[in-house]
Design a protein around this ligand. Structure first.
Ligand code: SF4
Length: 352
């Protein structure tokens, strides 16, 4: 069966004309899926009967099912745990911002990277997501909200540059006028720093924003909290990021998780400021760690966070502290899934 979700207009036209149907039917099919949210071929009344019969026989639109849905008390963050056709589960988060709706998508089931502050990596990497599985995360929110999605952040579970082809394929599709029409400048991809693929991305010709998960001001600390640090030195990662900036002219964001007693001292703030100040156009995003019973790490006090921010800013760098929109619904990547799996395990245990 051919999956239709995530296929471009051109790909659909090729598929349909090769089967002997008229080219313009592809556009109608896309309108049904992405504008009218009709996913059953039987309900696509404008399509001729023989095309609907052929679609039912050879094609499929695979929408994940929603396992759990959580909305933060202020109503601005919604998180879905989705079950894919093979039973794998992924998370996707919607954040209502003042400028519009933003969806944070996952790129893999699990993650191989092993960052100590992240729940997504608890069970390692299970598999890469296909293009249609990344697209479906956005489609589900537009379908539920009947509202336009303004921006995409690839910051959910997984390292997107390890699933390079599918992630970039999904972003290209989401950009298409006939699908979601989301501008590349409203897309952000966060990576822990796969150096070779940052260079590849710089040559893709898609001016998305790159966010580097830096999280440490030196290699020693980075290796302690991010195993990827053993493969790539910060200097090599920053060289790649600089090339990305030079080729795309997109502002670089450095993500920096603040963990009390690990990377959040005043000295480390000075080290970070000195490290990133050479970037002509960058932003440091400080993220107080979202610890829980699985991740025994703690955020610094509000005063210490303010001091850290001021020191980095004194180097002439733009610094923000991330608004903790999802705390109440476990919106840090992987936490809802871990919570659901734990509940299932406890239920199974109690039924023994
Ligand atoms: S922070 Fe990102 S790269 Fe690191 S383990 Fe989590 S999902 Fe993977």
């Amino acid at each position: 069966m051919t999956e239709l979700l995530g296929k471009s207009l051109e790909e659909l036209q090729q598929l349909i004309t090769a089967a002997g149907f008229q080219r313009f039917r592809a556009k109608q099919l896309m309108d049904y899926i992405y504008k009218r949210y009709i996913f059953s071929f039987d309900d696509m009344a404008q399509l001729p009967t023989d095309l609907r019969t052929w679609l039912k026989e050879y094609c499929v639109i695979s929408l994940p099912t929603v396992v759990t849905e959580k909305t933060a008390p202020d109503g601005n963050t919604k998180k879905l745990l989705l079950k894919l056709s093979d039973g794998s589960q992924v998370e996707t988060v919607l954040m209502k911002q003042h400028y519009g709706n933003s969806v944070c998508v996952s790129s893999q089931v699990g993650c191989a990277m092993g960052c100590i502050f992240c729940a997504s990596t608890t069970g390692g990497l299970f598999r890469n997501l296909e293009v249609h599985e990344i697209v479906a995360q956005v489609l589900l929110f537009t379908y539920v909200l009947k509202e336009r999605i303004h921006s995409i952040v690839v910051m959910g579970a997984g390292e997107p540059l390890q699933n390079y082809e599918n992630t970039i394929g999904a972003l290209r599709f989401l950009h298409e006028k006939e699908s979601f029409d989301i501008g590349y400048r409203r897309m952000t991809l966060s990576t822990c720093g796969i150096v070779e693929n940052i260079y590849l991305l710089a040559d893709e010709g898609i001016p998305i924003t790159l966010a580097l998960s830096l999280h440490a001001p030196n290699d020693t600390i980075r290796r302690e909290i991010m195993p990827i640090g053993a493969y790539y030195d910060i200097k090599d990662v920053l060289d790649a990021v600089k090339t990305y900036y030079e080729k795309t002219e997109r502002r670089i964001t450095f993500e920096y998780i603040l963990i009390d007693g690990v990377n959040a001292s005043r000295e480390q703030a000075h080290e970070l400021g000195a490290l990133v100040k050479t970037f002509p156009n960058c932003n440091v995003n400080l993220i107080p760690v979202n610890g829980n019973e699985h991740i025994q790490l703690f955020k610094p006090s509000p005063r210490a966070i303010d001091a850290f921010k001021s020191i980095v800013a004194s180097y002439g760098v733009a610094v923000t502290v991330r608004k903790e929109m999802g705390d109440a619904i476990q919106a840090a990547c992987g936490q809802l899934k871990v919570q659901h799996m734990r509940q299932q395990a406890e239920k199974a245990q109690s039924e023994k």
